[in-house]
Write a protein that binds this ligand. Structure first.
Ligand SMILES: Nc1ncnc2c1ncn2[C@@H]1O[C@H](COP(=O)(O)OP(=O)(O)OP(=O)(O)O)[C@@H](O)[C@H]1O
Ligand SMILES: [Mg+2]
Length: 108
């Protein structure tokens, strides 16, 4: 078995809500994506698909702050260590509306 291209271990992501509460968008997620594997993430609105991609791409925690726990590795390297530029050398993310993706992150 080759090493995973993407590897999440026990990942939990919580967001602060406008009313001062805490919302758990992803809870204790463990998953792997192998090199060359085609992986579809499917689910209803608000179930955490974009949040998962933001975590894989390092946008969380480098750009969107807040509590993130667990281990996230892309090509064997923890995304929390180092820079977004280093992660981007191995993993790119294109949002559904690419023209809005940077401004959407800026608002986050
Ligand atoms: N930056 C943020 N700040 C606060 N809450 C957030 C943030 N990003 C996402 N959330 C919340 O996390 C949950 C998951 O959102 P996410 O955008 O990951 O869902 P999704 O599955 O991509 O939905 P959709 O199918 O509509 O694109 C939602 O309740 C959302 O409001
Ligand atoms: Mg989404």
């Amino acid at each position: 078995m080759p090493s995973p291209a993407i590897e999440l271990r026990g990942v939990t992501k919580r967001f602060a809500t406008p009313k001062g509460g805490i919302y758990t968008a992803i809870r204790d997620l463990t998953m792997e994506v192998a090199p060359g594997e085609f992986c579809a993430v499917v689910g209803p609105t608000g179930c955490g698909k974009s949040t998962l991609l933001h975590i894989c791409a390092g946008v969380i925690p480098h750009f969107i702050s807040g509590e993130l726990s667990g281990s996230v590795k892309v090509m064997g390297q923890e995304t929390a260590d180092g820079s977004l530029a280093r992660i981007a050398a191995n993993l790119g993310m294109v949002a559904q509306d690419p023209e809005n993706q940077l401004s959407a992150w800026r608002r986050a």
